[in-house]
Design a protein around this ligand. Structure first.
Ligand code: 5GP
Length: 182
């Protein structure tokens, strides 16, 4: 699983990782937030209403789930099980509360925390991404300071200052773990 504050570059690093290491797949999460322009159902997320999401919680369908910046996010057991059967590894891109749940329920999961070089960089990246309203950016930055304080909980940490270097480090971590588990 890959965690770290919003805007730190988790998505970009995971895309690079999948280009570099064969056989990895990403788990598509469920969310109650609205799709951003260009996002597609089943690819970026499964977009559900809060009611539909809570029904899945009741039925125990989630491996983990969390409330983040006013919306619900979760990883479906069925999604991970299905993708695990046909790949060398399933990547979860999740925020801190969910990562903590996975650490408890699946201690064998490889844990990677992506950190920014400093806080100002997060703001710049969230603003440059242009996908969130100013108040949404502020909310994400507030959550980010708590998330950064938790970085030492994770076995592996990658500092995303230079994208190429960070991608190399993430690749080395994953290759090392795949080798150990084979
Ligand atoms: P965004 O709204 O920017 O797509 O995602 C907001 C945050 O939720 C990001 O930190 C992202 O990694 C996290 N996230 C995405 N999917 C999940 C999930 O299934 N579970 C949890 N706990 N967090 C998720």
């Amino acid at each position: 699983m890959v965690t770290g504050p919003s805007g730190v570059g988790k998505g970009t690093l995971i895309a690079r990782l999948k280009e570099r290491v064969d056989g990895l797949t990403t788990s598509t999460s469920v969310t109650t937030r609205a799709p951003r322009p260009g996002e597609t159902e089943g690819d970026d997320y499964f977009f559900l209403t809060e009611e539909e999401f809570l029904e899945k919680v009741e039925r125990g369908e989630f491996l983990e789930h969390a409330s983040y910046s006013g919306h619900l996010y979760g990883t479906l057991r069925s999604e991970v099980e299905e993708k695990a059967g046909s790949s060398r590894g399933v990547i979860l891109e999740i925020e801190l509360q969910g990562a903590r749940q996975i650490r408890t329920s699946m201690p064998e999961a490889v844990q990677v925390f992506i950190a920014p070089p400093d806080f100002a960089v997060l703001r710049e990246r969230l603003e440059a991404r242009g996908t969130d309203a100013p108040e949404e950016i502020e909310a994400r930055l507030e959550v980010a300071s708590g998330e950064l304080a938790a970085r030492d909980e994770f076995t592996h940490q990658v500092m995303n200052e230079d994208l190429d270097l960070a991608a190399e480090q993430l690749e080395a971590i994953v290759r090392g773990e795949l080798q150990q588990s084979s």
